[in-house]
Design a protein around this ligand. Structure first.
Ligand SMILES: Cc1cc2nc3c(=O)[nH]c(=O)nc-3n(C[C@H](O)[C@H](O)[C@H](O)COP(=O)(O)OP(=O)(O)OC[C@H]3O[C@@H](n4cnc5c(N)ncnc54)[C@H](O)[C@@H]3O)c2cc1C
Length: 411
């Protein structure tokens, strides 16, 4: 048996659910297919201003804010052995007229809240399964459910993450590379308050970042950890007991939050990067990690992916009302996303490599950059704005500043 829909979305992670809801709200009939990932693997995402604007515009922020902790300050600390070690840089959201740069939220909470919203969105059909056997022609896109049923659509959106099968089926060329780094993640309680400040230590093997989390009934002070390290160190640390690992983390972050302990399981993620030649194929478009990924430095990954989502909605509204898979609509989406995606992928790769490279000119350039950021106000503010809500090229769903600017988030 076959069924039809305007737009078929493969993947029900944060990107797939968000694009499904946004496109259904825009008036398209949408089917989202994907298994919901409810694992608690100590992963959180810091979502910045433009992403929060998107969730506000979609009427979803009230569902997400109970799980979100505001990020008011970001502290960058050079923790390398470089001879050019600059003083720490403290970035304050208030300097760019915001109460908070954004908010930190556990992945599992984000996906669960979005899935609940998706189930209540008119025009959106959520199927918790996997799609396969993708077929793309100039007339239509289709894919098969494991039970044999085929779903046909005018457009297939690949929100199916790093190993995207939609990307492959659409013949989208991509360059992929790996780093000898693993990100260890954990949720922590600690003795001293974080004061809504995220702290990023730049070490020789990559950043080690503590991101504020809100309190629980038992623990008033909590943070999430993303610590990039060699795969060997990650393997060793994954085998440590909770108190042993907590002691190593406490040493690594120079005891800034006092005594700490682990809450629940930890995670380990091998680091790699990917960039596509384009984000579209015949009757297909990819968004978020299906189209680009890189190590979690500066918390850019999903924020970049949500800008894909907002732009895809804008391009389909402009050129795809009658046919969402029309070449003109897809060309508009691809062209609009090119510069933002290319600069973020290259920027994160450069910063990561600058830490891994033990070369004096590279150390000097990195230190000079941080010192310029600390001392030159207009440059610092321009970089902060660029990080949280890039100027000039935001799609309509991300243009309206938040009214209460995160004051309703917890923590
Ligand atoms: C340690 C770490 C920390 C991070 N921190 C941040 C941060 O602070 N801020 C930030 O912006 N980003 C961060 N990121 C990046 C961010 O987590 C990702 O960009 C984001 O999760 C990508 O979401 P997605 O929906 O594109 O992909 P995924 O979350 O991978 O979801 C893809 C979904 O598609 C499903 N799927 C796959 N194939 C099929 C198929 N054939 N049919 C149906 N479904 C399919 C999968 O099951 C999966 O559920 C971090 C990443 C890591 C590793």
């Amino acid at each position: 048996m076959n069924q039809g829909t305007d737009i078929l979305v493969a993947g029900a992670g944060a990107a797939g659910l968000t694009v499904g809801i946004a496109l259904a709200q825009a008036g398209f009939e949408v089917t989202v297919v994907g298994a919901l990932d409810g694992r608690r693997n100590a992963r959180t995402v810091a979502l910045f201003e433009a992403s929060l604007r998107l969730y506000r515009a979609l009427g979803l922020w009230d569902r997400l804010s109970p799980f979100a902790t505001p990020l008011e300050r970001i502290r960058l600390i050079d923790d390398t052995d470089s001879v050019f070690r600059p003083t720490p840089v403290l970035l304050r959201a208030s300097e760019i007229g915001l109460d908070a740069f954004g908010a930190n939220i556990e992945n599992a909470d984000l996906v669960a809240a979005l899935a609940a919203a998706a189930r209540e969105t008119p025009g959106l059909h959520l199927i918790e399964d996997l799609l396969g056997d993708f077929l793309l022609t100039s007339e239509s896109a289709s894919a098969r459910l494991p039970g044999g049923e085929r779903i046909e659509a005018a457009l297939l959106v690949g929100a199916d993450g790093r190993g995207s099968r939609v990307r492959a089926a659409a013949g989208i060329g991509a360059r992929e590379w790996s780093y000898s780094q693993t990100a260890l993640t954990a949720l922590l309680w600690h003795a001293k308050p974080h004061r809504r400040t995220s702290t990023e230590f730049h070490t020789r093997i990559g950043p080690c970042t503590l991101v504020p989390l809100g309190p629980t009934a038992e623990r008033p002070n909590r943070s999430s950890l993303v610590w990039l390290m060699s795969p060997e160190d990650a393997e060793r640390r994954m085998a440590l007991s909770d108190p042993e690992l907590a002691a190593e983390i406490q040493r690594q972050v120079h005891d800034i939050h006092g005594d700490m302990g682990l809450e629940g399981p930890r995670g380990a993620f091998a680091m790699s990067g990917l960039r596509c030649n384009r984000l579209t194929g015949t009757r297909a478009a990819v968004v978020a990690d299906a189209g680009h990924f890189f190590p979690p430095i500066g918390a850019q990954g999903l924020n970049l992916g949500l800008r894909d989502v907002a732009q895809l909605v804008a391009s389909l509204n402009r050129h795809g009302r009658n046919d969402p898979g029309a070449p003109k609509a897809l060309a508009d989406y691809d062209a609009a996303r090119r510069i933002d995606v290319a600069t973020r992928v290259a920027g994160v790769a450069t910063l990561n490599r600058s830490l891994l490279t033990h070369a004096m000119p590279v150390d000097f350039a990195r230190a000079a950059g941080l010192m310029a950021m600390a001392n030159i106000g207009p440059l610092r503010r321009a970089l902060m704005r660029e990080g949280v809500a890039p100027a000039g090229r935001l799609p309509p769903l991300m243009r309206t500043p938040r009214g209460d600017r995160g004051a309703d988030a917890r923590g």
